[in-house]
Design a protein around this ligand. Structure first.
Ligand code: UD1
Length: 424
């Protein structure tokens, strides 16, 4: 098994280029199911989750080629080989359920495994299913699978009125993709406003869809009869950007993050500035300079444009090193404090009370052997490992490979002592 070994305590200095967004690239890849044309995506990060989506789409019948061994992929689905998303792939990656909307809209049927629970909670997909029912789909749950079809007399999905009971990113994406090829007009209320939704809508519109309002809480979609292939560049990864911004702050270093868009992470920048970090932003870069002490700053996770839940564990790691206390409240997922016992192994002073955690910053932290539980939890351990003196060994690194492209290389180039090792 692989592990990551860090000798910490070195302030990071240098430049880190930000990769394309994983959470934008995954739904964008499923758009290949909505057209028979050649579809080219660039700025796709090289990650385990992208590979899982590639395998899933290939078994549906897609031919996918990586261009010039780089970050561009050509995807083409000439005909459907299978409308089933099997358990083995869906359990590896929840985002596999994003094939449901496209399969149903284009081919009139889909059989997708229920994703089951995951380390950060039960994470049901009931809102996705209700939304697709509002578009006329018939849905049955059988033997752990969602079996969905468009009734024969309808021919294709029909436009409908969807009101999400609470904000769901994946649910909004599935509904938007399905409605793009439906007959008539769909209105989605209480839609997620994440930048990845806007990116998906922009791409769909270039393919010929008629979507307005994406990025706001009401999205209107006029269904069209077909979509064409295009060439599209995935937006920068705002969570990777925020993670490296915290890497600079937690090591009291100085980093320039390039190929990114500061507008995508305003809530994180505001929190960092409140903690005493100096930030300079340009159109496509962020400079982070941590010459002052880090103060404790309370945050609460919220749907976009609030503070992202995917940055919560990293913020907690930073607060463990701050001067003073901070309260952190998780409002999106019910079980997203799995990293707390691992952060405590470094000597962090953290108490969890229901949805909130109190972190009392300390200078008395040291490296430790720890275990990763999910993607963002893993990177919070890397961050605290970089900040603390001594050696940290992080087990179960496969979580990191799901979401951080060339993590060790990027950190090493800024002075970190970090390596991948094999352990028994
Ligand atoms: C996406 C992101 C993930 C991020 C999350 C919240 C991708 C691939 N993943 O996940 O990194 O942490 O948004 O920003 O983009 N819920 C239901 N029923 C549903 C759907 C969701 O109860 O049918 C609940 C979930 O359990 C959760 C909340 O709604 O508590 C938000 O989940 P959602 O926005 O759907 O997250 P994902 O799209 O799965």
């Amino acid at each position: 098994m692989q592990a990551i070994k860090i000798h910490g305590g070195v302030p990071l200095e240098g430049t880190i280029p930000i990769s394309g967004s994983k959470n934008a690239a995954l739904p964008l890849m499923t758009l290949s199911l909505l057209t028979n044309d050649r579809f080219i995506l660039s700025n796709v990060p090289e990650l385990a989750d992208i590979n899982t989506m590639k395998c899933l789409l290939e078994q549906h019948g897609a031919s996918i080629h990586r261009l010039d061994n780089g970050n561009s992929y050509e995807l083409k689905v000439e005909g459907l080989l299978s409308s089933e998303a099997p358990y083995d792939l869906v359990r590896k990656m929840r985002a596999s359920v994003l094939v449901l909307g496209p399969l149903l809209a284009k081919y009139g049927q889909a059989k997708v495994s229920l994703p089951g629970g995951c380390a950060i909670g039960t994470r049901p997909i009931d809102f996705h299913l209700k939304a697709l029912e509002s578009l006329g789909a018939e849905i049955n749950l059988k033997s752990g699978y969602v079996e969905a079809k468009v009734p024969k007399h309808m021919g294709r999905l029909k436009g409908g009125h969807i009101v999400f009971p609470s904000i769901t990113v994946g649910g909004t994406e599935n509904a938007m993709m399905a409605a793009s090829l439906a007959n008539g007009k769909t209105i989605i209320e209480n839609a997620a406003r994440e930048p990845e939704i806007l990116d998906l809508a922009n791409c769909l519109n270039l393919m010929g869809a008629k979507i307005s309002g994406a990025g706001s809480s009401i999205i209107t979609i006029e269904g069209v009869e077909g979509l064409n292939g295009i060439n599209y560049k995935v937006l920068p990864d705002r969570i990777e950007t925020g993670t490296y911004a915290i890497a600079a702050a937690i090591t009291r270093g100085c980093l320039k993050l390039t190929n990114t868009d500061p507008n995508l992470l305003e809530a994180v920048i505001i929190a960092l500035e409140a903690s005493g970090v100096n930030i300079e932003v340009g159109e496509d870069f962020i400079n982070i300079d941590t010459s002052k002490k880090i103060r404790g700053v309370d945050i609460q996770t919220e749907p976009y444009p609030g503070f992202p839940t995917d940055m919560q564990a990293q913020w907690m790691a930073l607060m463990a090193t701050a001067d003073g206390a901070a309260m952190l409240t998780e409002t999106i997922f019910e079980n997203r404090f799995m990293h707390v016992p691992e952060l405590v192994r470094f000597g962090a002073n953290i108490n969890v009370h229901g949805k909130s955690a109190i972190i009392r910053g300390s200078e008395d932290l040291s490296g430790a052997p720890v275990m990763a539980t999910d993607l963002r939890a893993s990177v919070s351990l890397v961050l605290l490992g970089l900040a603390t003196h001594g050696t940290t060994v992080i087990n179960r690194v496969y979580h990191l490979d799901r979401g951080y492209e060339k993590l060790e290389k990027k950190l090493e180039s800024c002075g970190a002592s970090i390596e991948r090792i094999n352990i028994k």
